[in-house]
Design a protein around this ligand. Structure first.
Ligand code: NAD
Ligand code: UDP
Length: 335
């Protein structure tokens, strides 16, 4: 479609980890970007370098409230993603997932805009099938401490498809698997940021359970390449589509890899496993590969090296203090 103006793109949650990288990337591609964020887990610092860009606007907004703006595309990323954070206020998490998605879909309906919904591998819960394909409907506890997020994101997917069936909204549902990289919040309790910060500061690495549970970690640039390609697909491509790196490893192995790459002599300590912590997770990315011609290119180690460099610089910044709560297990419900 020929436009008289650059694409105007709304990124909700744009001051968070993924959102801030996405805003930068879209600006580089020539889009005008409106970042809407309530700064609950994201910060202005994440988008500080973008504030001088003439195509960039930042607005403090909670997507549980309607937003009246004029845009062509919406990336709906707003939502805490770390289990520690999304369990702090589960009602707000659920509202963000559901009311937030409904508000963004309503906006898209008025504007005839496209919406990319950031869904998650958590919709598969503790999966009975491995690796996870999009056709698998999942094994999710509807009443546990993770449900606000898992069920919230499942409802958001439902809303996307109902808005499409009822109103013809152009939707793109991305099921994002664990992603890491620079600008993760050092205090948000996710495993990669926890282990790196612990290794760099000489604290013990906190392994939950025995560390045999698996995850598959994708570097942020790869993930966003997949998201941008998905947004650009023809209207009949709706997803859900898995985006993640199929390289699977045990949490224990991640710890020893990070110790090796940082040269840290921190010990490992074992802490209780959080309730409903999925035992294994790996995306089947056949669909993404066929539909988007996409697969991740960064190795785990290459991504970790960049992430470690980032945290090393951050922690070495004069006057910088690590926010409270790095060992996030204390705030999660444990088995
Ligand atoms: P993040 O916590 O760094 O970013 C989320 C952003 O959303 C923050 O800036 C936060 O302030 C903002 N936000 C939260 N609630 C809001 C609300 N009600 N209104 C406006 N802004 C709000 O997390 P992230 O890792 O960047 O995740 C971004 C999105 O991707 C989330 O929707 C998450 O569910 C999804 N996702 C991420 C991963 C991952 O591994 N990073 C995996 C699966 C899905
Ligand atoms: N984990 C851990 N130590 C930590 C943080 C997390 O062992 O300090 C484990 C957690 O129990 C889970 C995995 O690492 O099995 C990934 O956790 P994260 O919170 O990063 O994301 P999840 O995939 O659970 O949403």
């Amino acid at each position: 479609m020929h436009r008289l103006h650059p694409a105007r793109v709304l990124v909700t949650g744009g001051a968070g980890f993924l959102g801030s990288h996405l805003c930068a990337r879209l600006l580089e591609g020539g889009a005008d970007v409106l970042c809407a964020d309530n700064f609950s887990t994201g910060t202005r610092d994440n988008v500080l370098p973008l504030l001088d860009h003439r195509g960039f606007e930042l607005v403090r907004h909670d997507i549980c409230q309607p937003l009246h703006v004029e845009v062509d595309e919406i990336y709906n990323l707003a939502c805490p993603a770390s289990p520690v954070h999304y369990q702090v206020d589960p009602l707000q998490t659920f509202k963000t997932c559901v009311h937030g998605a409904q508000n963004m879909l309503g906006l898209a309906r008025r504007l005839k805009a496209k919406v990319l919904q950031a869904s998650t591998s958590e919709v598969y819960g503790d999966p009975d099938f491995h690796p996870q394909k999009e056709s698998y409907w999942g094994n999710v506890n509807p009443t546990g401490p993770r449900s606000c997020y898992d069920e919230g994101k499942r409802c958001a997917e439902t809303l996307c498809f109902d808005y499409r069936r009822m109103h013809g909204i152009r939707i793109k549902v991305a099921r994002i698997f664990n992603t890491f990289g620079p600008r993760m919040n050092p205090a948000d309790g996710r495993v990669v940021s926890n282990f790196i910060v612990q290794a760099l500061t000489g604290q013990p690495l906190t392994i939950y359970g025995e560390g045999h549970q698996t995850r598959s970690f994708c570097y942020v640039d790869d993930l966003l390449e997949g998201c941008v390609r998905l947004m650009a697909t023809p209207d009949e491509v709706t997803g859900p589509i898995n985006l993640g790196n199929p390289h699977e490893l045990q949490v224990r192995e991640l710890a020893t890899t990070i110790l090796r790459l940082t040269g840290s002599r921190s010990p490992l300590v074992f802490k209780p496993l959080p309730v409903d912590d999925p035992r294994r997770r790996r995306p089947d990315i056949t669909l993404a590969n066929e539909t988007l011609g996409w697969r991740p290119t960064a190795s785990l180690e290459a991504g970790l090296v960049k992430t470690i460099e980032y945290f090393d610089r951050l922690l070495g910044t004069p006057g910088y203090k690590i926010p409270a709560g790095v060992n996030g297990h204390a705030k999660q419900h444990v088995a």
